[in-house]
Design a protein. Structure first.
Length: 294
């Protein structure tokens, strides 16, 4: 285990002027980054064939620290940049990492339509229930009644269920884990990467500085241990009533279906169009006509 950790530290991190990182001590983003790097290492993916895009926010800094092809994009637009990369070179392994606000607020339409199109890429969404970097405002994933800098008397809106939203929007693969379940998280990320189609990996994480402090949830250790106490597996959740599931975090694979892949379909259409264009050209050459309709 220590040997693998040392390999990952040396091979997958950028050490030139990128550290120390900007995350608060105890932030779950570091756990996510470690799980992601271990997953990529275990899959034997070439660094030159991996692209990691991010938006704005605490999670948006993750590509800065890892030695892949990386791009730090504008707020809510990680999936649009990733879409362009994937369409330009479908053979690349394209990943995005986003926060709950980045992915489901300003990036919400991009998120649901990427799922609908079934692009062959992986969306990693770190859900810490707040806008951590910009001051602790409420996000689409902030629980009802929670306090934030923009809901000082308690949040009056209801939170998105990000994973269920992805299922409803048509993602091929949807899974959820938490930063407490580091080994489980690594395995879920591996499944998401190898799945062909649009894969969504929701990761429940802690922002103990902005969200935890205001809502008296304790520090990093208390919040992360809270994820352990509240989590139930998909198998166990199937046997529980809605009342029993209230406040719980269902972890595991929520959807795994086979659907046509957008990039494959585009390639197929391009071949069909090329064949028709070639027929038209040959007909013109043979018949000496200016217009040919099949």
């Amino acid at each position: 285990m220590l040997e693998r950790a040392e390999i990952i530290r040396k091979e997958y991190l950028r050490h030139d002027k990128k550290f120390p990182h900007v995350w608060c001590p105890g932030c779950g983003n570091g756990i996510v980054m470690g799980a992601l790097l271990r997953a990529i290492h275990s899959l034997g993916l070439s660094k030159d064939e991996v692209v990691l895009a991010s938006g704005i926010g605490c999670s948006g800094r993750l590509p800065t620290y890892v030695d892949f092809n990386t791009i730090h994009t504008t707020h809510g637009r990680a999936l649009t940049f990733a879409t362009g990369v994937k369409l330009a070179n479908p053979d690349l392994t394209v990943l995005t990492v986003m926060g709950d606000g980045d992915a489901t607020a300003i990036g919400g339409n991009h998120f649901i339509h990427a799922a609908r199109r079934n692009l062959n890429l992986t969306a990693i969404i770190i859900n810490n229930s707040t806008y951590g970097m910009t001051g602790g405002q409420y996000s689409p994933a902030t629980p009802y009644g929670a306090k934030s800098t923009t809901s000082v008397y308690g949040h009056v809106e209801h939170a998105f269920d990000i994973a269920e939203l992805a299922v409803a929007a048509g993602a091929s693969f949807v899974a959820r884990s938490t930063v407490y379940h580091a080994t489980h998280l690594e395995e879920m990320i591996k499944k998401a990467i190898v799945k062909r189609g649009f894969s969504v990996m929701e990761i429940v994480s802690n922002c103990h500085v902005q969200h935890g402090r205001r809502n008296k949830l304790g520090g990093a250790v208390e919040m992360i241990n809270g994820f352990k106490e509240r989590s139930v597996t998909v198998t166990k959740a199937e046997k529980m009533s809605p009342e029993e599931l209230e406040g719980k975090i269902t972890i595991g694979v929520l959807a795994d279906v086979e659907k046509p892949i957008s990039t494959d379909e585009y390639r197929r259409i391009a071949e069909v169009a090329k064949e028709k264009a070639d027929k038209i050209t040959k007909a013109k050459e043979k018949n000496g006509i200016k217009r040919y309709e099949e």
